[in-house]
Ligand binder design. Structure first.
Ligand SMILES: Nc1nc2c(c(=O)[nH]1)N[C@H]1C(S)=C(S)[C@@H](COP(=O)(O)OP(=O)(O)OC[C@H]3O[C@@H](n4cnc5c(=O)[nH]c(N)nc54)[C@H](O)[C@@H]3O)O[C@H]1N2
Ligand SMILES: Nc1nc2c(c(=O)[nH]1)N[C@H]1C(S)=C(S)[C@@H](COP(=O)(O)OP(=O)(O)OC[C@H]3O[C@@H](n4cnc5c(=O)[nH]c(N)nc54)[C@H](O)[C@@H]3O)O[C@H]1N2
Ligand SMILES: [Mo]
Length: 760
């Protein structure tokens, strides 16, 4: 399918969920050649002893709905269980240079990879290779590299068992260049929450939603990226919970929802209105929006103190549990409303309306996503969320706390079992003791650092456990050049993607089983496990027939590489582990006894077992031993000044994609169909530029770093987005993001506020 066929841009008025989601599913399923396996996988999805969806990281309730899946989960399942195959014959027909020109959609639509393949430079084709031959060659080549110059990337889908084996292999090899997709995603959460509250993850659990009375939402697109959460939100609304949303775009999921599980709502009933207030903050404007809320709340409390009214702040919590409150309160009192209004893009009235909801509520949950984390001052936005919660003690008690919605289905879990470039997060002493080797202590590379080395030509190799690193990262033009110079690239993957198609000296594609598929090993059918956004851990059993008999499981592939690369270590019996993943879980339990006690026994506990979280009972593992207020360093998170002609570009996911996987060209909720090459623009900006809706323009980088970055052929779509902000799709626009434009401490590429100009 080509990109701009049948382009239709027309406002979509229906709710999230509803008949639209049914239609969305009915379009995708036949395209993949639906088999009974897909229906069986959906029936068992997200249920105890079932199979855990590969799409999002939302919690899996102990008492699931009859159908505990959503439109996008169904698409992800059908995508994995497609009947299309990419065989060695496919690669014989298409050269690598030819495939590199295919759109992302066509590459993945071609189907599941079936055989291990090796790049043959003479013919510019991938050719089939035996598994053992591939492992031996990869091991031999990697041994010639400096381990500290090879990247071992992980995308957040791989299971706890796989991720543990992968990180162990890296450390046994003497390196920890272990970036994962989290480095482009919620790393801001991991770094910021760790520093401010001592826990790097949500302090709430799914049940807390049953107890809250207000939810504040920043920069997350629920209808597309975590649709099962809509059921929880609907129940909250029915209980009268206030939902206050901050987002530059009016995302349909936060507006209204009709539950496909409810026959009444699907036919005669009105959809549920989700947000009680909706504030179209400008990109990066959350810091100031929350500053306004905090100012209002603190000054109301000041008045109550002088006038003798009921106090509004939780002074007991602040005194007993926090540090630096006075600095923060002074900063808020001194803040000027003109600046707050200017930097947030919201009126004072609107912010005060949000503040009144906050003041009235007894239990507040703050939800957020990429609209917070992917900014230059993303950590400051996150700190503001925490500051706001601290004011009324909205953390560490029932129904209250921060609830970041994670991305990939096991991205949080990968960090739990050792996928990290940071020594202080690795269980160095336990590894040394249990497996008798010297783990590295030199910090490894994160995603931005890996990209720097790839662009500079100093990286010596890249192994990718899932994902599509080349397409997901910023600075796409320079990355493509650097990528093609890698001495060795190894891709463990289910489908073909662009990362596979700019081969360096040696390149291998190692096709693996998907999570939905039956994984038979010598010890019988295997289960794997993952951790959701609430730190609950679940087992998952695939039952579908594997896409090909030639596939290996991810643990088997890692063991194959590890055995070819590393000297024998009797404490790490790779083959036994592959035969029975229960032994890997025992090893995980031994390394992390506090989080994974009785791991195998608890694998199928309904609702998952909870790994615990100190901040959830007000134990603060921070430098100060307290929860820490932080004064923001900037009033807008974008990190660059306003300037004539400069826009803030927000890169977005459509409703028809999973990250770099494009399911189709229909972004239903936004009414954009048939193309992804668009730029969403405010009517006033269109007029100011002297162009018209439907015109074609280019975007160019306005980073003033001397590097030219351009994307041409973008159709202007008049859109309800704040003036000065533009919207467009990731990954197509990743050409425009400078590598050094990232969140300061966490190094998450700042894809939600990219400085660009419109070229007419
Ligand atoms: N179907 C599907 N599900 C997915 C994914 C997918 O691609 N498809 N991806 C998975 C992954 S890895 C992740 S990380 C999550 C991503 O899920 P989200 O966190 O929802 O990420 P985005 O789609 O990038 O959308 C971010 C939202 O933030 C808003 N936004 C942008 N800038 C700002 C800002 O400055 N302030 C505020 N308040 N809002 C802003 C945007 O308008 C958008 O609604 O979803 C996961 N689930
Ligand atoms: N501009 C911009 N850039 C962004 C973002 C953004 O919002 N804006 N979002 C960022 C975020 S939040 C993330 S998480 C990253 C995503 O970055 P990645 O996680 O690297 O990318 P994905 O698109 O999720 O990876 C898709 C590929 O994973 C492989 N795959 C799928 N299932 C399996 C499996 O079971 N096993 C294995 N081994 N492979 C599998 C398939 O081959 C598929 O092609 O992108 C980041 N990049
Ligand atoms: Mo993500």
């Amino acid at each position: 399918m080509s990109d701009d066929k049948d382009v239709v841009i027309k406002e979509y008025t229906a709710p999230a969920g509803g008949w639209g989601s049914m239609k969305g599913m009915s379009k995708i399923l036949p395209k993949e050649g639906i088999s009974p396996d897909v229906l069986d996988a959906l029936r068992r999805q997200n249920k105890p002893e079932g199979v855990m969806c590969v799409s999002c990281a939302w919690g899996k309730p102990a008492k699931p709905h009859i159908a505990e899946f959503c439109e996008n989960g169904a698409k992800a399942t059908a995508w994995e269980l497609t009947s299309h195959r990419v065989t060695p014959e496919f690669f014989q027909k298409h050269s690598v240079s030819e495939l590199a020109e295919w759109p992302d959609y066509d590459l993945e639509q071609a189907g599941r990879l079936t055989h291990p393949m090796k790049y043959d430079a003479a013919t510019d084709k991938y050719v089939a290779v035996g598994w053992q031959e591939a492992f031996d060659a990869i091991g031999a080549k990697l041994k010639t590299c400096d381990p500290t110059k090879v990247v071992l990337y992980a995308s957040g889908r791989a299971s706890l068992e796989t991720s543990f084996m992968y990180s162990l292999m890296a450390r046994m090899w003497g390196q920890q260049n272990l970036p994962d997709s989290s480095n482009m995603c919620h790393e801001t959460t991991s770094v910021g929450m760790k520093s401010a509250i001592g826990s790097p993850v949500a302090t709430i659990q799914l049940e807390d939603y049953d107890k809250c009375d207000a939810i504040f939402v920043f920069g997350q697109n629920v209808g597309t990226n975590a649709p099962r959460m809509l059921h929880t939100l609907q129940e909250c609304r029915e209980r009268g919970v206030e939902i206050v949303t901050f987002n530059p775009l009016r995302e349909r999921g936060w507006e209204r929802f009709a539950s496909p599980q409810s026959p009444v709502q699907m036919t005669v009933g009105a959809p549920t209105k989700i947000s009680s207030q909706y504030h179209q903050v400008c990109a990066g404007g959350d810091i100031s929006a929350m500053l306004g809320i905090c100012k209002y709340v603190i000054e109301a409390d000041d008045r109550a103190q002088t006038e003798g009214g009921e106090r509004i702040l939780d002074h007991h919590f602040i005194a007993q549990h926090t540090v630096r409150f006075d600095d923060f309160a002074t900063f808020c009192r001194n803040a000027r409303w003109e600046e707050i209004v200017d930097e947030s893009g919201l009126s004072r009235n609107a912010i005060e309306g949000a503040a009144r909801v906050y003041m009235k509520a007894e239990r507040v949950i703050a939800v957020y996503g990429m609209g917070i984390t992917q900014h230059r001052y993303g950590i400051d936005s996150l700190y503001m969320i925490l500051n706001m919660l601290f004011l009324r003690g909205n953390i560490g008690r029932e129904g209250a706390g921060p609830g970041p919605v994670r991305g990939h289905s096991n991205v949080q879990g990968q960090r739990t079992v050792g996928i990290t470039e940071k020594t202080e997060l690795a269980p160095v002493e336990r590894l040394k003791e249990l497996f008798e080797f010297e783990p590295p202590t030199e910090k490894g590379w994160d995603t931005v650092e890996s990209c720097r080395e790839i662009i500079a030509g100093t990286a010596q190799g890249f192994v990718q456990l899932g994902g599509n690193f080349l397409r997901a990262t910023p600075e796409h033009a320079a990355m493509k050049e650097g990528w093609a110079k890698l001495p060795i690239a190894v891709h463990i993957a289910t489908k073909l993607n662009k990362s596979h198609l700019y081969p360096g000296e040696e390149s291998y594609i190692l096709p693996c089983l998907g999570r939905m598929e039956q994984d038979m090993q010598t010890g019988g059918r295997q289960a794997v496990s993952m951790e959701d956004s609430f730190s609950h851990i679940y087992g998952s059993v695939g039952k579908a027939t594997p896409a090909a008999e030639t596939l290996l499981s991810e643990p088997a592939i890692i063991a194959g590489i590890a055995k070819a690369l590393l000297p024998d270590n009797p404490n790490v019996p790779w083959d036994e582990w592959v035969g029975d993943y229960g032994l890997v879980r025992t090893a995980i339990e031994n390394v992390y006894p506090d989080k994974f006690a009785n791991f195998n026994e608890r694998l199928f506990v309904p609702g998952g077992f909870w790994k615990g979280n100190p901040a959830s009972h007000r134990e603060w593992q921070t430098d100060s031993g307290k929860a820490e207020f932080n004064v923001p360093r900037a009033l807008n998170a974008s990190g660059f000044a306003e300037k004539e002609g400069r826009f803030r570009l927000v890169t977005l996911r459509s409703n028809d994609q999973f990250n770099t996987t494009i399911y189709g060209y229909d972004d239903r909720f936004r009414g954009i169909k048939g193309t992804r090459m668009v730029v969403m623009m405010n009517r006033a900006d269109i007029a100011h530029l002297g162009i018209a809706d439907g015109d074609t323009v280019a975007l160019e980088s306005d980073a003033e770093d001397g590097i030219e970055r351009v994307v041409e052929g973008l159709r202007v779509v008049e859109y309800n987005i704040p003036e000065g902000c533009l919207g467009g799709y990731y990954p197509e626009l990743n050409y425009l993001i400078p590598l050094e434009h990232h969140a300061l401490e966490s190094h998450v590429p700042a894809g939600k506020s990219v400085p660009v100009r419109v070229r007419i």
